[in-house]
Design a protein around this ligand. Sequence first.
Ligand SMILES: NC(=O)c1ccc[n+]([C@@H]2O[C@H](COP(=O)([O-])OP(=O)(O)OC[C@H]3O[C@@H](n4cnc5c(N)ncnc54)[C@H](O)[C@@H]3O)[C@@H](O)[C@H]2O)c1
Length: 316
Amino acid sequence: MGKKVTVVGAGFYGSTTAQRLAEYDVFETVVLTDILEGRPQGLALDLNQSRSIEGFETTVIGVTTGQNGEGYEAIEGSDVVVITAGFPRKPGMSRMDLLDVNAKIVRGVAEQVAKYAPNAVIVVVSNPLDEMTALTQIASAFPKNRVLGQAGVLDTARFTHFVAEKLGVPVRSVKTLTLGSHGDTMVPVPSQCTVNGKPLADVLSAAEIEELVVRTRNGGAEVNNLLKTGSAFYAPSAAAARMARAIAEDSGDVWPVCAWVDGEYGISGVYLGVLAKLGAEGVQEVLETPLTDAELASLREAAEAVRAKQADVATL
Ligand SMILES: NC(=O)c1ccc[n+]([C@@H]2O[C@H](COP(=O)([O-])OP(=O)(O)OC[C@H]3O[C@@H](n4cnc5c(N)ncnc54)[C@H](O)[C@@H]3O)[C@@H](O)[C@H]2O)c1
């Protein structure tokens, strides 16, 4: 049987994710849901009408869901569910400002996903990301490997773009990495970054690297401030769609994602941005990458920062 993916939330993030997933032409069905009446159906119709131009056979289905789970039967049999439901930041807001309002939304969604798509892998993108990922695991009661969050693919892509732009080289010659949380304790890892195979430190000064690291850490806010309403969605949706595809295709691709860490780097019992191998079961393996002492210390600091907040989400 063909693969099925559901995207919950048909706002900017959700609709662009659905578009990318459909255009891959590897899924039989993309289900796009929202609490709004008409929006998911309209977007689905519009996307389906692009099929002959873009050359994909995937069918997109738009569904309105209700407070008590109405409409969720449409997600039955989903291999992957991407949760984008929730409010984005406004300029000047931190991701944590969204905690209470998005926790209610994400908890409700996770409970319905557990009921109607009990075998799915859930990719969370709603903010604050690390906390919403932890909450989704609690509310769904899914095994921890079947719940993961999208942050590192995006943060790493932003870092890669900034390095490529600074040096005037193709993005494909740049490899970067960010770990840690999707927030103030994001941990860019310059020691693992290369340009045409050369260490980043050989092609940029320490001050230049620091400048790009800071810009990466504030990457979402920079877009927010320019857009004024709503937050970034092109790069974020590219990240979530790639993860959903890797899971559906059981590809074993290695990406930086928000995954449950259980002993790696000497850190346990927390959802944290780490490199992980993705497959049909979600996170197949968390990989440890060599870090400098300072990077490892930052990662442990990030783990402690998000651990405290993740412990609080159980009551939200
Ligand atoms: N993880 C990341 O890297 C990253 C990057 C960008 C944005 N985000 C986050 O993604 C989320 C979505 O962003 P956006 O730009 O699409 O926002 P948006 O406002 O455009 O869309 C959100 C949609 O969610 C819907 N929604 C609300 N409650 C729902 C529910 N219970 N079920 C289904 N749908 C529901 C809304 O009706 C709306 O259409 C935000 O929380 C944002 O902060 C995360």
